[in-house]
Design a protein around this ligand. Structure first.
Ligand SMILES: Cc1cc2nc3c(=O)[nH]c(=O)nc-3n(C[C@H](O)[C@H](O)[C@H](O)COP(=O)(O)OP(=O)(O)OC[C@H]3O[C@@H](n4cnc5c(N)ncnc54)[C@H](O)[C@@H]3O)c2cc1C
Length: 347
């Protein structure tokens, strides 16, 4: 008889995991909300292509150009060889829930799961940044949070993602089409007024703002525990598997969902398994975040100028930002003056 798996949380990571596990396990997903909330921008780099095939009906836009602005109104523009995809996130989640159900999973929408009643052999905490599963099993660890805020606005644009880094976060505009875009900010929790200031500086009126906490990655958070009676796994935001530079985590949830299946089927240590695939990348994002957090406006102006110089941009345009280990060393070799930032990274 198939072993039972309870997945607490039917967001992105929970439903990706349900799809991976439903063929081999008796899977039940619990999602406390009746409808998905719309906080995520749904941007995916081409790193997704080796992990999942996404039907074009779930893609609302593809964008190959990203412009990063400096405080002195200069900018650097990257034209990626392979475009980013912007997901129709809610439709994609519906599609994941349907396909998991077709494989035999039970997806309970609008049902909060009380972890004290968990009777399954495998419990998967996919319950987000403030994970109760993590708290209940003493796996929460130390967490630092960003607040992600966003709204959909009417905005004429050239189909370019625009990013404005600032001290302790960044703002963005991500086009959905030539007339509509998402505007958003990610910043440390204490500064919740940052989104309104970011919008008003651009004369944009955002009516329906949404907000959600984003945990910065903590490599010390244990994501697997065997209590003797039950095996406990954390995935997605519950596991802090988030790129600390951008706050993105969908590609990372895909990697974790696949690792979860491999670990359950072949009795491998889940924590080690997924970290062997992307642990180093998340660590590098964390170190890059530390550098960015230490930057003054002058540092940012000078970095944008240096990146604009020939040789570096091309490296970044070729590789996915999900795997910084593939380009960081090459960049430092090509532009040794950037080594001056390394001590900040190691501090
Ligand atoms: C503004 C913003 C923009 C973003 N943009 C991007 C992006 O462009 N690209 C990218 O890759 N990532 C992005 N992210 C990050 C990404 O959206 C999240 O990291 C991702 O959604 C996390 O998925 P998750 O399933 O782990 O957690 P969540 O989406 O938080 O889902 C957890 C679910 O668990 C449910 N739950 C909690 N407790 C219980 C319980 N006891 N019983 C039942 N259900 C429960 C919650 O209702 C929730 O639906 C963005 C995030 C924000 C905030």
């Amino acid at each position: 008889m198939a072993e039972k798996v309870i997945i607490v949380g039917g967001g992105m990571s929970g439903l990706l995991a349900a799809n991976q596990l439903a063929d081999d396990f008796e899977v039940e997903v619990y999602e406390q909300k009746l409808h998905y909330h719309k906080t995520c921008s749904g941007i995916l780099s081409h790193a997704k292509d080796s992990l999942i095939r996404i039907s074009s009906k779930y893609i609302q836009n593809e964008i190959d150009t990203v412009r990063i602005h400096s405080p002195d109104n200069n900018f650097v523009e990257f034209k990626f060889r392979q475009p980013d995809a912007i997901l129709k996130r809610d439709e994609f989640l519906d599609g994941l829930a349907n396909s998991a159900e077709k494989k035999g999973a039970i997806v309970n929408m609008g049902r909060r799961f009380d972890i004290a009643n968990a009777d399954a052999k495998h419990i998967v905490g996919a319950d987000g940044a403030s994970s109760n599963v993590a708290r209940h099993f003493s796996m929460f660890g130390q967490r630092t949070f960003f607040m992600g805020q966003k709204a959909i606005v009417q905005y004429a644009n050239d189909n370019i993602v625009e990013v404005w880094p600032f001290s302790g976060g960044f703002g963005w505009i991500v086009p959905h089409n030539r007339h509509e875009a998402e505007i958003g900010t990610m910043s440390y929790q204490k500064d919740i007024g940052v989104f309104d200031r970011f919008c008003s500086a651009r004369n944009i009126i955002a009516k329906e703002k949404e907000a959600q906490l984003i945990p910065l990655h903590n490599p010390d958070v244990r994501t697997f525990k065997d209590t003797g009676k039950q095996k406990i796994y954390l995935i997605g935001d519950a596991a802090t598997a988030v790129k600390a530079t951008t706050g993105g985590s969908i590609v990372q949830s895909l990697v974790m969902a696949k690792s979860l299946k491999e670990s359950m089927l072949f009795k491998k240590d889940f924590d080690r398994l997924w970290k062997s695939k992307i642990g180093r990348e998340l660590w590098l994002h964390l170190k890059l975040r530390r550098i960015l957090d230490s930057f003054s406006d002058k540092d940012m102006n000078s970095l944008i100028r240096e990146v604009n110089e020939a040789g570096i941009k091309e490296l970044l345009e070729k590789e996915s930002r999900d795997y910084p280990s593939r380009f960081l060393f090459k960049i430092l070799m090509r532009k040794p003056s950037l080594l001056k930032y390394v001590p900040k990274m190691l501090a």
